[in-house]
Design a protein around this ligand. Structure first.
Ligand code: F6P
Length: 343
């Protein structure tokens, strides 16, 4: 009997459980495969910590956020004897192929384990950031955009009632997809992305023009957005009125600068991990499920060293090494489209 190992690595993401469920359901029902889940990403393959993965274990998990396998950012290639320990664990549990569900880092490890050490791996792409270039979409992104959009909708009413600037900081260190999509969907007046360094004076001019039209502005910024012209976003580690240390990012910095330069009151909301938590959207469940089904097909065909990917409405396979080579960032033309709504 073929026994397949499954693991989830990197930040959690809505839809991970949907992939696990689809993999197990298809593998068991269509091919009689058995499964071993490894706990906490690559960490479980190093330490030999497993989770039982059969049909009862995946019942009811489709709509659940997070991952029943746990996750970590452990890179086994940076651990002493990492590859030897993984091989020992796989042999001990009689696991043949591995299905690794993760982002750039997790899949980069899978690519190397396959290419350099002959461990048969199939990858499933995961990230709320949607910045993997080989796939049109990753699951988790749609849910994150939905959560950010709902937050922006709610913040509009506070902005209008108090005639304040509301800055919303969303996730995205290297790519501004969540900011761009939620900013457009939520009717933001300024959208800032890491790919296009911003001019604070220009942002203030947009804010001012919005007030001149008797409306209060919403500024959506990706956490990785940076000012140009040498302005530095200082991490302010001062203490708040409760004595807690405050570590602010670009959102807080922007609100401070907007207040200082325009005289308009500004507040910041940092959405943080709520964007990754809770139940996946219908689109993310659909995509995650299809990725899982097709990952089992790849194992069945012995097509290792590949990642499943969405192209249009088809699921295709691409070499893992190629899939993690470059990040998919927001190109200037896509960003420019949104500019008509600024100010
Ligand atoms: O890659 C997903 C992501 O949520 C990024 O958008 C964010 O910058 C990062 O992970 C946060 O990581 P952590 O959960 O380790 O703070």
């Amino acid at each position: 009997v073929t026994r397949i190992g499954v693991l989830t690595g990197g930040g959690d993401c809505p839809g991970l459980n949907a992939v696990i469920r689809a993999v197990v359901r298809k593998g068991v029902q269509s091919h009689g495969y058995e499964f071993t889940g490894f706990r906490d990403g690559w960490r479980g393959t190093l330490d030999g910590r497993t989770v039982k993965l059969d049909i009862p274990a995946v019942r009811g998990i489709l709509p659940r956020g997070g991952t029943i396998l746990g996750s970590s950012r452990t890179n086994p290639l940076k651990e002493p004897d990492g590859v030897r320990r993984i091989k020992e664990t796989l042999a001990e549990h009689e696991v043949g192929p591995l299905i690794a569900i993760g982002g750039e880092d997790t899949l980069g490890v899978a690519a190397r384990l396959h290419e350099e050490y002959g461990i048969p791996c199939v990858g499933v792409p995961k990230t709320i950031d949607n910045d993997l270039s080989a796939t049109d979409y990753t699951f988790g992104f749609d849910t994150a955009v939905q959560i950010a959009t709902e937050a922006i909708d709610r913040l509009h009413t506070t902005a209008e009632s108090h005639m304040r600037v509301l800055v919303v900081e969303v996730m995205g260190r290297h790519a501004g997809w969540i900011a761009l999509h939620s900013g457009l969907a939520g009717g933001a007046n300024v959208i800032l992305v890491p790919e296009q360094p911003f001019d604070v004076d220009q942002v203030c001019a947009w804010v001012t023009s919005r007030f001149e039209a008797s409306y209060a502005p919403i500024v959506v910024t990706a956490e990785g957005a940076v000012p140009r012209d040498g302005e530095v976003v200082l991490k302010d580690s001062s203490r708040d009125s409760f004595g807690h240390v405050r570590l602010s990012g670009v959102g807080d910095w922007l609100a401070h600068e907007i207040e200082r330069r325009t005289g308009h009151e500004a507040r910041t909301t940092v959405l943080g991990h709520v964007q990754r938590g809770g139940t996946p959207s219908a689109f993310d469940r659909w995509l995650a499920t299809r990725f899982g089904l097709h990952a089992v097909d790849a194992v069945r065909e012995g097509d290792f060293g590949k990642m499943v990917a969405l192209r249009g409405t088809d699921i295709v396979r691409v070499p893992l090494a190629e899939a993690v080579a470059t990040l998919k960032t927001v190109d200037p033309a896509r960003y420019a489209e949104a500019g008509v709504f600024f100010g």
